[in-house]
Design a protein around this ligand. Sequence first.
Ligand code: BG6
Length: 498
Amino acid sequence: MNQRKRRELLWGGATASSQYEGAWNVGGKGLDTQDCRPYVPRTEVATTATRLLTPSTIARAKADALTDSGNYPFRRGSRGYEHLEEDIALLKELGLDIYRFSISWARLFPNGDEAEPNPEGLAYYDRVFAAVKAAGMKTFLTLTHYAMPLHLVEAYGGWTDRTLIDLYVRYARVVFERWGDQIDYYLPFNEINAGYFSPWNGVGLPKPEDGPYDQSLVFTSLHHQFVASARVIQMQREVAPAAQSGCMVAYFCYYPFTCSPEDNLKCTLDENVNQWYAVDVLARGYHPEYMDRFWAEHGVPVDVLDEDRVLFAQNTCDFVSFSYYTSSVVTTQEGEQTAGNLVVTTRNPYLKSSEWGWQIDPVGLRDALNRTWDRCRKPVMVCECGFGARDLVEEDGSIHDAYRIAYLRDHFEQIEEAVADGVDCLGFILWGVIDIVSAGSCEMGKRYGCVYVDADDEGNGTYARSKKDSFAWYHDFIEDYHRRFSETGGDPAAMLAR
Ligand code: BG6
């Protein structure tokens, strides 16, 4: 059998600093972009209201920070800062092979442009790395998961300014010089294509008070993040050569609504711009021509320097990864709309949805893995996936999340199918393995975890941890997978047959 197909998948779990840590003003941490997002009760537009901050909402958030008032869920997270060792012990008990977490840029560089890092921030992440290592898990680090020091937004205009590239590489160098030998896999940026769906989260760009974003600022910022990614990979290969670098996009899994040529073409074009652009730059090493046409047609001037093109070509990442929650539908006609990760899409009549409207599509994951592998021929990691749901705590404290178990079981089957198709899959990372604040809607009530955190949208609760039914199920799945792998020598067909 082909050696490549024998890779034993890693099964993991993930959190992100801004959604998990809390402790927004502890240990010298600076105020960051996520700390400024207020809780807005969910209505039709709530997600947008709390995702696209304007100068006036930022001013209010800063004023509230001075008096520590208002409801800003990211300032609390899941209080992971206080529960760190307990949480890592739970992940060890869960049997994870790998833990994905992010460092808070503003905890290491409170303003983002200091010459030296904050010693208390270093000390905190020393504890994180030590705990993960002691638990025997591999480390998967995200250098930036949406949050950036607010000062960089105010003083530089966020990622619109090329200076951010140098400041970011300085931050990344500190990380690799200190912990590089403990990092197995890493991503310079979470869901880098989020920059143009959610510019505040993605590239630190406030929305003008009464109007839309200037798209040339959005795409210039994104291009600067691509340059920063390649520069970080270049630096990491000198400082910490053993670490494996990746790129990551939110995978939208587009289907044409009908088989009309127009729907199909729209599907291809949307997919290029929204999903593959970043992958083509970062994993395949070139700035794609379809973006030049898109920018020209939309009047979006962006400077791509010759030296940037050389940098991309010489510093492609080692693996490709994506978040996968749902699939999307594209049409040139009017269609009923539903929500999805970062985007609103046309409803797919063949699929059921979660309470948040995200359509459940395990088969799409097999398709995503095949298409990504075909396009890049680099190992593919499902670095985020999971089911956001409201959980009910029974009187005896148990939580029967059968819906989450069903979602995971169906998606895991499709991953094994994709491996049998020939995809070189590195592993699967369960999103929000411990309940965290939702990045899209700031809710604590939208939960992904196997571990429940007793807290609500207003921050009421003890923040105590408890295991849901999915905890035992995921534990047993991981154990069973590794047993099947060793019994079959990893032969995908034999694995599937058992
Ligand atoms: C991804 C992000 O977009 O989806 C995560 O990388 C986020 O940070 C996840 O939490 C799920 O989205 P949501 O809106 O349900 O939290």
